[in-house]
Design a protein around this ligand. Structure first.
Ligand code: ATP
Ligand code: NAG
Ligand code: NAG
Length: 267
């Protein structure tokens, strides 16, 4: 970074504090009374196109909280790809490293990096034989309950179970493990606080939980980048709160709150 030198303050302002490497997917959503049988054509009552993809979801949530973000991904060289790039721009996300290609979209695992090389890794979709370097190279390893089950082969049915799974992931070389537990909030364990801790949340009546995990990860990336002095526990409480807001409205990115809609004491 020092080698860039030059126009100090101005240059710094242009640098993204949250860089997301991950997927951008276009959701084509049809609402029907039932699923069609193989080969059958049925009437639907609504159709809409939504913006999804775990990487982009996380990036949008961080951007709406006020983070300077950049999305590193490839979309197709087609109208969906053009629209997606427009969606990123409308969310104030830098598309400098958003490429268009005729090849298939690349992976669905996402890595979030801030300028201090902190990395938050979200192993979605999880595979049991995940490359072991992902455990050692990420500063924060954050997954949901079912991903933790796949990675550890343990069954998780309580925060205490999640704590045990988190300890197994720690043994693989993680520095911090966070496992999200839906309405139960999350569990965290770290090298500095090696006893698993449950961070509960206020249960809310969920309207649509799709994308809650990405809202949580995006919020956590925002706090890691912009409020590095907060304790991890405080960051997780606030991320729980923001994800809870996202489950109270329909849609994925459509349900993600903006900074202006949230209580000031979250910032
Ligand atoms: N009913 C709820 N009430 C309050 N908070 C919730 C609720 N559901 C989810 N959350 C919040 O969202 C976070 C992520 O939820 P969850 O563990 O279900 O992630 P996920 O399974 O990856 O989500 P999804 O796959 O649906 O996007 C939780 O840690 C919690 O903070
Ligand atoms: C966890 O995330 C995966 C995506 O990797 C998703 O398929 C699964 O439904 C989520 N689990 C829960 C309990 O929501
Ligand atoms: C964060 O902590 C560092 C070192 O402890 C301190 O120098 C800095 O002023 C703090 N920043 C804020 C915003 O509190």
């Amino acid at each position: 970074m020092a080698a860039c030198g030059g126009s100090g303050r101005q240059w710094q302002e242009e640098v993204a504090a949250v860089v997301v490497v991950g997927s951008c997917m276009t959701d084509l959503v049809s609402l029907t009374s039932r699923l069609p049988k193989t080969g059958e054509t049925i009437h639907g009552h609504k159709f809409f196109i939504g913006f999804g993809g775990k990487g982009a979801n996380q990036c949008v949530q961080a951007a709406r909280l006020g983070a300077k973000t950049s999305m590193v991904c490839k979309v197709g060289k087609d109208s969906f790809g053009n629209d997606y790039i427009e969606n990123l721009k409308q969310n104030d996300i830098s598309t400098e490293f958003t490429y268009q290609t005729k090849d298939a979209a690349t992976g669905t695992a996402s890595i979030i990096v801030n300028s201090e090389v902190k990395t938050l890794f979200n192993p979605a979709p999880a595979i049991a034989d995940l490359d072991p370097r992902f455990y050692t190279l990420s500063d924060v390893f954050c997954c949901n309950e079912s991903e933790a089950e796949i990675l550890t082969s343990l069954t998780i049915s309580s925060p205490a179970d999640a704590g045990k799974a988190a300890l197994v992931l720690m043994e693989r070389g993680c520095q911090v493990v966070v496992i999200t537990l839906g309405a139960e909030g999350c569990v965290v364990v770290s090298q500095t606080e090696p006893v698993p801790k449950h961070i509960p949340t206020n249960k809310v009546k969920a309207v649509d939980t799709t994308g809650a995990g990405d809202s949580f990860v995006g919020a956590l990336a925002f706090y890691l980048a912009y409020y590095p002095n907060l304790s991890l526990e405080e960051m997780l409480k606030r991320s729980n709160f923001i994800a809870a807001v996202s489950v109270q409205a329909a849609g994925t990115q459509a349900s993600y709150p903006y900074k202006k809609d949230l209580l000031l004491d979250l910032f």
